[in-house]
Ligand binder design. Structure first.
Ligand SMILES: NC(=O)c1ccc[n+]([C@@H]2O[C@H](COP(=O)([O-])OP(=O)(O)OC[C@H]3O[C@@H](n4cnc5c(N)ncnc54)[C@H](O)[C@@H]3O)[C@@H](O)[C@H]2O)c1
Length: 167
């Protein structure tokens, strides 16, 4: 995709960090951007900040661990902007990082895998059929990590290796 102006981007985990940076950069390229994040206050702040710079952006509170929530995000995107061209499955957590892997609880696995891996799966399953049906240029970008290509030493790395393999 070489032309960005007027096209529509969706970024998960957009309230802070790299997601916020992606959203700002896409908006600066003239894209209309949907920012999704589970942290409502931070999301509102980031959306307000981008609007103050004259950018066309919308915030949609979203929990990527939930397929239904990601489907709501897609519906909201199409309701507001009619199309979607670029989807960044960026939301991620360090999750269960330092403890022994055999001591991790089911809750640790469900949270860390839920955001980092299932969040990406939900994003792809929900948005890729829309992109394909549109028949226009489009991209899905799944954020992994350098830990995806070296020996996994913790749960975070396991989730990111799964994201790389899936992608
Ligand atoms: N920062 C790094 O050095 C680095 C390196 C490699 C990969 N990454 C990956 O890049 C991505 C962004 O990292 P970052 O450093 O900007 O992190 P960050 O913590 O600054 O931002 C992550 C965002 O995701 C949101 N989020 C968390 N759980 C969510 C959920 N269930 N649903 C929706 N949003 C949720 C958070 O609220 C936060 O705004 C992550 O996937 C991370 O694993 C980061």
């Amino acid at each position: 995709m070489r032309a960005f102006a007027g096209r529509v981007a969706v970024v998960t985990g957009a309230a802070s960090g790299m997601g916020r940076a992606f959203a700002r950069r896409f908006a600066e390229e003239g894209m209309r951007v949907v920012l999704a994040d589970v942290e409502r206050e931070a999301l509102d702040r980031t959306v307000a900040e981008l609007r103050a710079h004259g950018h066309q952006v919308t915030g949609v509170p979203t929990d990527v661990m939930s397929r239904a929530s990601v489907q709501d995000l897609a519906r909201a995107t199409l309701d507001v902007y009619g199309k979607v061209h670029l989807v960044c499955n960026n939301a991620g957590v360090e999750g269960y990082l330092d403890g022994a892997i055999w001591e991790a609880t089911e809750r640790d696995w469900r949270w860390t895998m839920g955001v980092n891996f299932w969040g990406v799966v939900h994003g792809v399953e929900t948005f890729l059929p829309i992109l394909l049906a549109q028949g226009e240029e489009g991209h899905v970008v799944n954020t992994a990590s350098m830990t995806a290509v070296v020996r996994a030493t913790n749960m975070y790395a396991i989730t990111k290796q799964a994201v790389l393999a899936y992608s």
